[in-house]
Design a protein. Sequence first.
Length: 605
Amino acid sequence: MLQIAKVALSCAKMCAWDWDIQQNKTIYFGDPIAIFGGEPDAEYVTGFRSHVHPADIDSVETKIQALCLSKTVEYEDEFRVLHADGSTRWIYARGKFSYDPAGTPINLLGVNVDISEHKARDQKLDEARSAILAQHTMLDTIINNIPVMICYMREPGKVQWVNRAWTSTIGWSPEENNGDTAALLYPDPEELAKVRSLIAEADGEARDFKTRTKSGDIIDTKWLNVALPDGTNIGIGRDVTAENKAARELRDVELRFQALSENIPQMVWITDPAGATLYQNGRWYAYTGQTPEHGLGFNWREFIHPDDFEPNQRLWEQANQNGVDYENELRIRGRDGEYRWFLVRGTPIRGEDGAIQYWFGTNTDITEKKLAQEALLRAEKLAVAGRFAATVAHEVNNPLTAVTNIHYVLSLTENLPENVRELLHTADNELRRVSHILRQTLAFYRENSPKEHVRLLPLMDEVLAIFGRRLESRSIRLELDIPAGIQFLGSSGEIRQVLCNLVGNALDASSHGDRIVVRARRISTDDSRSRINISVADSGSGIARENLKKIFEPFFTSKVGVGTGLGLWVSKQLVERNAGTIRVRSRVGQGTVFRLSFPQGESSL
C-alpha cells in the first residue's frame, strides 16, 4: 500500500513529508526530487531550508512560527524553491500540526505540490488584467478629457452612458425622461426626426443640429453616429456654436472686404512673404486682361515693364527683409499692350509670433499725375530756355546787324578779286541763315506772328538758300514737287521755321548721295473746303518704332551727342498754331516721311 502511494505521489509530481519538529528532521515520501530538484537531507537546515528561495524563507518560517504559537492545526503556504540547475519552481504546501498536551508542536505532516504552471497562468492572467485595467483607465481618461461629446446607446435615442464633455455641455443625464434623452435634447419634431434618421443610418457622416441644453439654451451641434456590431450605437458630437458664429463673422468680414476692394478705384492685392499673389481684386483683371485662374502665384511679373522689374524687386526684398512698408512707382502693362504708371504700396501683416504672414497692398494709377508733373517740368525748362534764347537772340542781333552792314559795304567794293567775292557770297549765305534763326527764335517766344498768304514755292527757295551749301557738300538732292500757285493763310516765318527744321533733320538722317523730296498738293475735303498737304520725305536711317511716340516731346532726341530735343516739339507747336496737323511715318533703314496739313483759308489760287 505504501508503495502504491509513493508511485501515485511521483506520478502527480508531489511528495509527502513528515517533519519532526522536536528533532528538526524530515522524512520525505513520493518524489521529492521532482519538487526540490534533488534529494533533500533529513536535516532541516541542510535539507528543506537550503532549497527554499532566499527571498521566501523568512516568510515561510515566520508563518510556521505564528501558526505554532496560535496552536493552529491547519497549515497552508506557497513559496519558491531553487533547483540545482538554477531554475525556480513554485510549491504549494498543505499539512497539519500535532501538539502534545502541553501545546508544544510535535510534528507537521503534509504534502508539496508543484504549482509552477498554475502560477505562470495566474501571472499571465494578472498581467492581462493589469493591461486591461490600464487600457480601461487610459481610455476612460481620454474619453472624459477630449473636447467632444460621446454617448453610448443600447437602443436608438436612449442613452446609457455619457462622457464628461456631454455632461458639461448638455447637462441632461442618461436617467432623465426614462432614458429617452433624444426627446429632451430635440423638442422640435423636425429636428428630432433628423436625429432619429442620423441614428438609423449610422453612416458616419456628420450633420448639424439645433440642440437644447438643460439650462434651456439652444446651441449649434455637429453629430455623427457609429453602429457597433452588437447593434448598439455611439454618438459623437461637438458644440460648434462659437465656431459657427466665428464663421459667420468671418464671412461678413470677407463680404465687406470684397465689397470694399471691388469698389475702390485702386487695384488691391494680397501676397505671401515671397511675393506670390493670394488675391487680386477685379480691377487688376479688368486692366490687365488676366483671368482669375492665372492671376495667382508669380504671374503678375509678366505685366511689369522690363525696365522697372529689377529695381522694384530690390525695393521689395529690402522692405520684406526689414519688415517695413513698401512703396514704389512702376509701369504696368494693360490688356491693350500699353503701359501706365502706378503707385504701388504694401503693408506687412504679421502673425502672433511677429513674423510676416502676408502683404496687403494697392496699385494706384498715377499716369495723368506723372504726365502732368513731367509736362510742368518741361514747361518750366522751356520757359527758362525760351527766355534765355530770346535774350541771346536779342543780344546777338545787334552785332549781327553791324556785321551784315560791313559785309554789304565790302560787296560794293570794285575790283575785288574773284575768290574774295566768292567768299563774301558764302559769308552772305551764312549770315542770312543766322539771321533767319534769330528771327525764328524771337518770333516763337513772342507767340504772336501775323497771318498772311504763305506762298509755298518761294518759301522753299528760301529754305534751299539756307541749306544749299550743306546739300551740295554731301551731294544730297533736294527735289521739289510743288505746283507754282499753291498758297494758304498762315505765318510765313513760322512755316519756314517748320520746313527748315524738317529739312535739317532729313539732312542729318541722310547719307552721301541720298535725296530729299518735298511735295505739296491741294486736297478737297468732304465739307467742300480745301487743305494744303505737304510732305518731307527722306531715304535715310529712319526712326525706331519705340521713339515714334516720343519725337514730339520736348527735350527728347534720338540723335546721339547732338540736338537739343526741341526742334520737333517747336515745329508741332508752330504747325498747330497755324491750325495744321503734323504726322510721321518711318521705318528703320528705309527713311522717314513727315506729313503737314493746313487749311487753305482765304487764300486764292
